[in-house]
Design a protein around this ligand. Structure first.
Ligand SMILES: Nc1ncnc2c1ncn2[C@@H]1O[C@H](COP(=O)(O)OP(=O)(O)OP(=O)(O)O)[C@@H](O)[C@H]1O
Length: 257
C-alpha cells in the first residue's frame, strides 16, 4: 500500500550539503498500522513529508496503492494520502472556524454535499455539530487534534501519515486520541504510517515497526518480535530497555503518589 524504495534526500548545496535520508526502504501493507521510531533527528518526519509531498527534492521511488507519487502535490495525491501533525495548536488556521477548516478542502476539490460530509465527520471524531462555528482557540488540545484528524479525513484518503499525533497532548487525552485513531482505522480500513517516540504506543497500535538511526533504516520487525525481545540490533534493544525503565519509573512515581 505504501512503498518507499531507496529514498534519499539531502538539504543544502556544496559544503553545506547534508544528507538526511540514505536508501530508506519501507513497505506497508493495506490496512496495516506501521510505526516509525528512532532518535530525534534520525529522519522520521522527513520520510512522512516526502510521502505527503511537502518535500519534493528526493530521489528514489514512492508509491501509494500502486500509484507512483510525483515530486509535487497534486489533487489526486491529496485524496490518496493526508498527514496529521504533532502540534494541533500550530496546524489549524487561528482565524478560520472549524466549519471553514473542514469545508476548504471540499471546496478546492469541487466536492458537493459538504454539510452532510462535515456533520458526519464531526460525529465520527466525537465532536458535536456546535463545534462547526467555533475557532481553534476555543478548543482543548484534544479537541483540536480531533479537528486535525477530521480535516485529514475529509477527502476520504486511504492513507494517513501521523507525526507524533499525541505527544503534544496531556497524558490523559493521549489515550482518547489513540483509541479514536484505532477506531477510525478499523471502520474505514485505513493504512497508517506513524512516527512516535513511544514504544508503548507502538505495542498498543502497530503491527510492524521500522527503526531509524542517522537517516537509515536500521531494522524492521513485527511488534510481536519487538515485544518478545527479538530485536536484531543493539540500538533497538537499547530503545526497548529505555522505554521499559521509563515505564517502571512512571509506575513507581504513580504508586508513591
Ligand atoms: N527543511 C529543512 N532544512 C534543513 N534540514 C532539515 C529540514 N528539515 C529537516 N532537516 C534536518 O533533517 C534531519 C532529520 O529531521 P527529522 O525532522 O526528519 O527528524 P526526526 O527523526 O523526525 O526527529 P524528531 O523526532 O526530533 O522529530 C535533521 O537533522 C533536521 O535538522
Amino acid at each position: 500500500m505504501i512503498e518507499v524504495k531507496n529514498l534519499n534526500l539531502a538539504f543544502g548545496e556544496g559544503e553545506k550539503r547534508s544528507q538526511v535520508l540514505y536508501d530508506v526502504n519501507i513497505n506497508v501493507q493495506p490496512g496495516e498500522i506501521y510505526g516509525l521510531v528512532g532518535e530525534s533527528g534520525s529522519g522520521k518526519t522527513t520520510v512522512l513529508k516526502c510521502l505527503a509531498g511537502l518535500f519534493t527534492h528526493w530521489d528514489g521511488a514512492l508509491a501509494i496503492n500502486g500509484q507512483p507519487l510525483e515530486r509535487r502535490i497534486s489533487p489526486q495525491r491529496c485524496r490518496l494520502v493526508q498527514m496529521v501533525f504533532q502540534d494541533p495548536y500550530g496546524s489549524l488556521h487561528p482565524r478560520h472556524t472549524i466549519g471553514d477548516i473542514l469545508e476548504e478542502p471540499l471546496q478546492i476539490h469541487g466536492i458537493n454535499d459538504r454539510d452532510r460530509r462535515i456533520h458526519a465527520l464531526l460525529d465520527k471524531v466525537g465532536l458535536n455539530r456546535a463545534f462547526r462555528d467555533r475557532y481553534p482557540h476555543q478548543l482543548s488540545g484534544g479537541q483540536r487534534q480531533r479537528v486535525a484528524i477530521a480535516r485529514a479525513l475529509i477527502l476520504e484518503p486511504q492513507v494517513l501519515l501521523l507525526d507524533e499525533p499525541t505527544s503534544a497532548l496531556d497524558v490523559s487525552v493521549q489515550a482518547e486520541i489513540l483509541n479514536l485513531l484505532a477506531e477510525l482505522q478499523r471502520e474505514s480500513k485505513l493504512t497508517y504510517l506513524m512516527v512516535t517516540h513511544d514504544l508503548g504506543v507502538i505495542a498498543h497500535l502497530c503491527q510492524k515497526v521500522a527503526v531509524m538511526q542517522y537517516g537509515k533504516i536500521l531494522e524492521t520487525l513485527t511488534v510481536d518480535d519487538l515485544v518478545a525481545g527479538q530485536a536484531q540490533t543493539d540500538y533497538t534493544r537499547m530503545l526497548v530497555n529505555a522505554s521499559q525503565q521509563y515505564s517502571r519509573e512512571m509506575a513507581r512515581e504513580v504508586a508513591v503518589y
